[in-house]
Design a protein. Structure first.
Length: 193
């Protein structure tokens, strides 16, 4: 699925009834859709289920039930669903301490362009970051970035054939390589056509 329609969503009343079970399902699903690139940096990979949850929550919080408002939410979130040749992720730089966060974000300007994925036997694929808007300033990077990793057909075929997967960052202040666990790798391969 590359996008959600209003018919894929629950009404506010139905969602109120089903939210606890749906939330538990999504949280369990998300466990196999994240990769830590250090103690403060995590890639959260999106798919139709994670985005449906996000839209349902927004509709609930904002009490949106009119067709126009629902379509606005779908238009905002549908671009975050992978479309068969890529992965889409939310990259979070999380520092609980405000002072530490301020220093770290100043040291990580440009990090969003240095995050990568790599299929065994293939070149690194660097993130196409923040296509919706620029999130860096001269003083700091944002704590949230939206990323797309475009894979070529050979990479997709290799992954479907069992090739390993690594992720990392090549920023001067965030140098990391992570071997992606099998459960996460399997979940991400399901996103590929």
């Amino acid at each position: 699925m590359s996008h959600l329609n209003a018919s894929d969503l629950m009404s506010l009343e139905q969602y109120a009834r089903e939210r606890p079970a749906f939330r538990a399902k999504v949280l369990g699903h998300k466990k196999n859709r994240q990769v830590e690139l250090g103690p403060n940096a995590t890639l959260y990979f999106e798919d139709d289920l994670t985005i449906q949850y996000q839209v349902q929550e927004m509709l609930r919080i904002e009490r949106i039930f009119e067709a126009e408002g629902i379509e606005e939410e779908l238009s905002a979130y549908n671009p975050l669903i992978p479309d068969g040749s890529n992965w889409k992720a939310t990259f979070m730089l999380e520092y609980p301490d405000v002072a530490e966060r301020k220093v770290a974000l100043a040291q990580l300007i440009g990090v969003e362009d240095k995050v990568w994925v790599q299929v065994d036997g293939h070149d690194k694929v660097y993130a196409i970051a923040d296509e919706d808007l620029e999130r860096d300033t001269e003083e700091k990077t944002s704590s949230v970035h939206f990323m797309r990793f475009e894979l070529d057909p050979d990479m997709v075929m290799a992954l479907k054939g069992g090739a390993g997967l690594a992720m990392g960052a090549d920023h001067e202040n965030l140098k990391v390589v992570v071997s992606v666990p099998d459960a996460v790798r399997a979940s991400l391969v399901n996103d590929l056509a």
